[in-house]
Design a protein around this ligand. Sequence first.
Ligand code: FMN
Length: 170
Amino acid sequence: MNAILENIMTRRSCRAFEKRRIPDADLEQILTAAVYAPTAMNRQTWRFTVLRDAEQIAQLARAVGAAIGREGYNFYEPDTLVIVSNLKTNANAIADAGCAMQNIMLMAHSLGVASCWINQMKDTNGDPAVRALLDGYGVPADHDVQCCAALGYGNPAREIEHSMTAVHYV
Ligand SMILES: Cc1cc2nc3c(=O)[nH]c(=O)nc-3n(C[C@H](O)[C@H](O)[C@H](O)COP(=O)(O)O)c2cc1C
């Protein structure tokens, strides 16, 4: 099978991460894949803010959890959390972020690193406590968080069925 198609077909989301560090060189490749994703009109106005400290990740998760009313919320305690933000004024911010996220997840998978899309900061990044932490981590004030990537080692939650019936040739 084509190697890229095999990588796409075997990637699965992970929701329980081991306490094991992703090597810096692997993380660098994952982030390189992110910035090489396409963007509308090649604007590249995004930022990838990388948290590698467990306490910083936990602190942010607590603030997000409080904002959404979910006690114990923890982003699945990943080794690394990549916060994907973009200019509030960029109408294609979420589309650009989606392209970058897919690159992140597929590059990670090719290196044996598991991943999960984290959506909860999209609607909470305006919460004062969440925003104060984002300010401290250098997420620009004129950016909204579009999504995050939880990265680390672990096994996928479950197998997923996909159907070619979604494809309609005319
Ligand atoms: C836009 C989007 C938002 C998602 N948000 C979350 C999330 O907040 N938490 C989570 O555990 N998974 C999230 N996921 C992962 C999906 O649940 C997952 O991709 C889907 O169930 C298919 O499973 P797979 O990734 O293993 O193929 C999200 C995926 C996408 C594309």
